[in-house]
Write a protein that binds this ligand. Structure first.
Ligand code: GLC
Length: 746
């Protein structure tokens, strides 16, 4: 497999090539935009800057569209309706500017793929690209041409409900997966009717919401903004994401929807972005409760002057922008720039030439190819966290299984959050799949024990225990209902909800081996449950085909290859806990855990280093962790040099061997550490990875090349620098293990 990195560089180059073309004065699209703009009245210009949620063919909406007061409509879901509204826009409005129809198509439209956190767990950008392409094919068939995805907010706080929608804690992994999703949504040609304009969201820093509470304030020093939260968005610009979306949060006191530094200085001036920036739902109006604007008029003024091109459901521009321009508070030039970005999106989508959607009798939903891709994605997203006595995969000696737990047969919950259009009746649950695949070979005893994840009624537990006693092995499907993650679904306690832990303890008493499969929208604190279970699989709400995927992994038709895209804390009090942390002046050592401290211990009798007395300093499982049904041996780390100049690349390689008897995929990860610098640097940073499939006994040399750019960091003088000094590097199977080397930049 070509290292994604090489393809990733390829997209970047393509992006620059396209960008240079679009900025070229000879670009025919720019000429058309300018020509159309010159004909538009101020009212018509402002009309393009309004995005409203669909109300079908209501008279109000038809009137607004005919008057040219709407640029985009979201949440319309059938081609007849979108075509009728489009016809009104084109035939009845004075200039006939087409509408663009939008929807949150985040991890599938009808065929639902794993939530983005799960797709990130595959560490396979092709999985993300496939999912986005299937979603685009399905959604565009009803007239949607713009999706509000990918969400590329780096998140290091599993209390935050929207971690489900993210690609996890690492900027590089998020960049790679986000770019792949953009490629999948937008396809090779954005004018293709099956393409969707992507939307890099939420710009920016939303994942840093204080306490993991959604919409909360963020405090992000410039170096952290530049090193952690912005890289995926810069990658999205280079991948030609057609649109961006503002985030709800304030950054250091300035809400993103009114933030010129973010939206003009960085996005436009530094990154030369020529796509379109839409607010989030009402985020312009919400600058009033933020305490940043006194009223809707001021909100409209600050948003327009912060280069927010389109107002999603805020009515700020619709109501106040004309008077603001007439008063000079907002220049017409500012409005022109916004409208040019909007028209450019519509030209790029080909809407002026091909505004209508073919109204098909049979819509391309749930095709066998789509379902197969969704199953493969769910398999690759499954993470094996524990496998004592190699209980997995279940072998032919197993003649009966007890399928237990609230997520064993929960078709709506397994598709997870942010899938408005997914249909649970199309979900294949673990119980469905196990019964279908193995019902005629082994005895299957099904007993949920708890009706849903928050269920505290323990009456069902005794029935579940009775079922367990009849079986050779217990398959315990635990986790979260879909509603417990996603937007505004933050949790302060991220343990298994309801009486699931009690259920597991009772099952354990049966003495039968227990395989725990967790299906959730976030990392959960499952230390106790992990100790009790003999094997643990983690599946971040894996979509329509979660059941067949998990059945294949459990019974050995597939080998798990997922790796954690986010650290698993032992307890929520450790949060935020992530691998790319700073070393501190007293890194954890000589750890005395709270239960080991003698009664009456002197204040100075135990260690003075950085850790929690009741948790230690390590997570339950580290970023990048995941087991397999085989083993991989890493040997022969080699560096192209032990010293490089500041303008030189360095190549780091090692040999990876499959020492087991199953063909399997391994995510080989490259980390570096800048040991001493003018700003303290993380103890490790992921710089590349390569998912390789090796046959039993096969050994392969895996090589990575690091550029000076990848070794640089954002310093206190607000610029990217590479300083001389010592670097450590690791190639390994996760962020906590690997072969270590060192080199010096001179
Ligand atoms: C929501 C979300 C955003 C979504 C938008 C439209 O509030 O924050 O991600 O795209 O509204 O549904």
């Amino acid at each position: 497999m070509i290292s994604f990195y090489k393809k990733f560089i390829g997209y970047i180059c393509l992006g620059f090539l396209l960008a240079s073309f679009t900025n070229d004065g000879n670009d025919p699209t720019e000429a058309k935009i300018n020509e159309l703009l010159s004909k538009m009245t101020l009212e018509e210009k402002i009309g393009q800057m309004n995005q409203l949620t669909g109300t079908g063919l209501s008279d109000d909406m038809k009137g607004l569209v005919a008057a040219g007061k709407v640029g985009s409509i979201l949440n319309e879901l059938d081609a007849k309706t979108t075509n009728e509204l489009q016809r009104i826009a084109i035939e009845n409005s004075r200039l006939g500017i087409p509408l663009v129809f939008a929807r949150d198509v985040v991890h599938g439209f009808k065929t639902i793929f794993p939530i983005p956190l799960g797709q990130a767990a595959s560490w396979n950008p092709q999985v993300a690209e496939n999912g986005a392409r299937v979603a685009a094919m399905e959604a565009s068939s009803v007239g949607i041409r713009w999706t509000f995805a990918p969400m590329i907010d780096v998140s290091r706080d599993p209390r935050w409900g929207r971690i489900a929608e993210s690609c996890g804690e690492d900027p590089y992994l998020t960049s790679v997966m986000g770019v792949a999703m953009i490629k999948g949504f937008q396809g090779e040609d954005l004018t293709d009717p099956s393409s969707l304009a992507a939307c890099a969201k939420h710009f920016a820093g939303y994942g840093a919401s204080e306490a993991g509470k959604d919409y909360n304030t963020t405090w992000i020093p410039e170096p952290q903004l530049r090193e952690v939260f912005l890289p995926p968005f810069e990658a999205a610009v280079k991948a030609n994401a057609a649109t961006f979306m503002c985030s709800f949060n304030d950054i250091n006191g300035v809400p993103s929807s009114g933030n010129p530094y973010l939206n003009k200085t960085i996005l436009r001036d530094e990154w030369k972005y020529d796509g379109m920036l839409v607010s989030d739902w009402g985020s312009i109006e919400q600058m009033i409760p933020h305490g940043f604007c006194a009223d809707l008029k001021e909100a409209a003024e600050k948003a327009a002057n912060a280069a927010v091109d389109m107002d999603m459901m805020g009515y700020a521009y619709m109501v106040h922008l004309e008077e603001l321009v007439k008063s000079g508070a907002v220049s017409e030039k500012t409005v022109d720039e916004a409208v040019k970005n909007i028209l450019r999106l519509k030209f790029r989508l080909g809407l002026f030439d091909n505004p209508y959607t073919e109204e098909k009798e049979i819509l391309p939903f749930y095709t066998p190819e789509a379902l197969q891709m969704a199953k493969e994605a769910a398999i690759e997203s499954t993470i094996l966290l524990k496998n004592d006595k190699n209980i997995l995969p279940l072998n032919d000696n197993i003649k009966s299984v007890a399928v237990i737990g609230p997520l064993s047969d929960a078709p709506a919950d397994q598709i997870g959050t942010w899938c408005f259009d997914g249909e649970p009746e199309h979900s294949v649950t673990p119980l469905n799949a196990i019964q279908a695949e193995y019902g005629n070979k082994i005895k299957i005893i099904a007993e949920k024990g708890l009706a849903y994840s928050r269920d505290k009624d323990q009456q069902g537990i005794s029935r579940a225990v009775a079922a367990a006693q009849q079986a050779d092995v217990i398959l315990f499907f635990a986790g979260e209902e879909a509603v417990l993650s996603g937007e505004a679904r933050s949790r302060a306690d991220i343990s298994l909800p309801g009486a699931q832990s009690q259920l597991l303890s009772e099952l354990k008493k049966s003495g039968k081996p227990v395989v725990m499969v967790v299906m959730a929208g976030r990392p959960l604190t499952i230390q106790k449950e992990t100790e009790e279970a003999d094997a643990v699989l983690y599946s971040f709400h894996a979509g329509t085909m979660a059941g067949p995927a998990l059945a294949d992994v459990i019974f050995g038709k597939a080998v798990p290859s997922g790796k954690l895209p986010v650290t698993m804390p032992r307890m929520v009090g450790q949060v935020p806990i992530y691998y790319a942390h700073k070393n501190t002046g007293r890194p954890a050592s000589n750890i005395d855990l709270i239960d080991d401290i003698p009664v009456g211990a002197e204040q100075t009798s135990i260690g003075f280093t950085s850790y929690h007395l009741d948790a230690g300093d390590s997570p339950l499982f580290p970023f990048g962790y995941g087991l397999s049904y085989t083993n991989f041996e890493y040997t022969d780390l080699k560096l192209s040099s032990n010293e490089i100049d500041k303008n030189q690349n360095i190549t780091i390689r090692c040999t990876v061997k499959n020492t087991g008897n199953r063909e399997a995929a391994e995510v080989v990860q490259l980390y570096v550490r800048n040991v001493v610098a003018s700003l303290v640097r993380p103890v490790k940073e992921l710089k590349d990875f390569n998912k390789v499939t090796l046959k039993p006994g096969e050994a392969r040399e895996i090589s990575f090349t690091l550029t000076p750019e990848q070794l640089s960091f954002w310093d206190l003088n607000n610029k990217r620098v590479l300083e001389t000094g010592l670097f450590h590097c690791w190639i390994g199977t996760n962020s906590a293990e690997g072969l270590q080397g060192s080199f010096t930049v001179r």
